[in-house]
Design a protein around this ligand. Structure first.
Ligand SMILES: N[C@@H](CCC(=O)N[C@@H](CS)C(=O)NCC(=O)O)C(=O)O
Length: 242
């Protein structure tokens, strides 16, 4: 099956959590918004399933995935669907629920990371909410990052059977998403993350494990991989790094 991934062009964003799963599995997929318009791509194609009133069960926002006739929105929901198909989650129901629970927790932190630079409204520019962003960033750095990362570090520690993995005893989509999450936080808050890196040895080890996987390594070197930038979710503004 050829999957169609719909996400904004130019930013890794939430689309990256889905891309990493597709890339690790070597799945056949196209990024619709990155295709030329003459090949049915571009922003208009991206908007189609969200805005056409004839579409049943439309997604609210990208990313969304088209798999045959299925149209699936919400990052964690897409991964819930793809996990078993790409063999990126254990077979049993308990583990699948656990993986989904962790993915939703990752999504919470991703949303908070976004709200640091847009604490008042997504529709305003960062420059219009810089003062509030500075306040939000201090609390995010001092309270929220440690609370979430302590939790994920603990999950790694207690998963004794699968040393180095968040779920089960082999790579899952949650490991891949954690790699992206930690990478994003290190990009946005380099000083803060470097200062506390010794607190999260298992999470850092997990990131090295993920980036060394052959398919991920090839993907990271390819032009399909988009770099973090200041239009995305994880943005580096030195004044927010403390
Ligand atoms: N909870 C959704 C959030 C989706 C989302 O916020 N997408 C962003 C791009 S990363 C967007 O385009 N939002 C438009 C909006 O919220 O108006 C998910 O995890 O997929």
């Amino acid at each position: 099956m050829r999957y169609e991934l719909y996400y904004w062009d130019g930013i890794p964003g939430r689309g990256e959590f889905v891309r990493l799963a597709l890339e690790e599995a070597g799945a056949d997929y196209v990024e619709v918004a990155r295709l030329p318009v003459r090949k049915g791509g571009g922003t208009k194609a991206l908007m189609h399933y969200m805005s056409d009133p004839a579409v049943k069960r439309p997604p609210f926002a990208p990313p969304y995935l088209k798999a045959g006739r299925l149209l699936i929105g919400q990052t964690a929901n897409i991964l819930l669907f793809l996990g078993p198909r790409l063999m990126l989650v254990p077979k049993n129901k308990r583990s699948r629920l656990w993986a989904h629970q962790l993915q939703l927790t990752i999504a919470d932190l991703v949303a908070e990371a976004h709200d640091v630079h847009h604490p008042i409204a997504s529709s305003l520019y960062y420059e219009e909410q810089k003062r509030e962003a500075k306040r939000a960033a201090q609390i995010f750095r001092e309270e929220r990052i440690p609370k979430f990362l302590d939790y994920f570090e603990r999950v790694l520690k207690t998963n004794r059977r699968g040393r180095g993995h968040l779920v089960g005893d082999s790579i899952s989509y949650v490991d891949l998403s954690m790699f992206q999450l930690i990478g994003g936080l290190c990009y946005a808050f380099p000083r803060n993350m470097a200062r506390h890196s010794r607190r999260y040895p298992r999470l850092i080890e997990l990131c090295h494990m993920v980036e060394a996987r052959p398919n991920i390594d090839a993907y990271l070197r390819s032009e399909r991989r988009l770099q973090f930038n200041e239009d995305g979710i994880f943005r580096h503004y030195a004044e927010l790094d403390g």
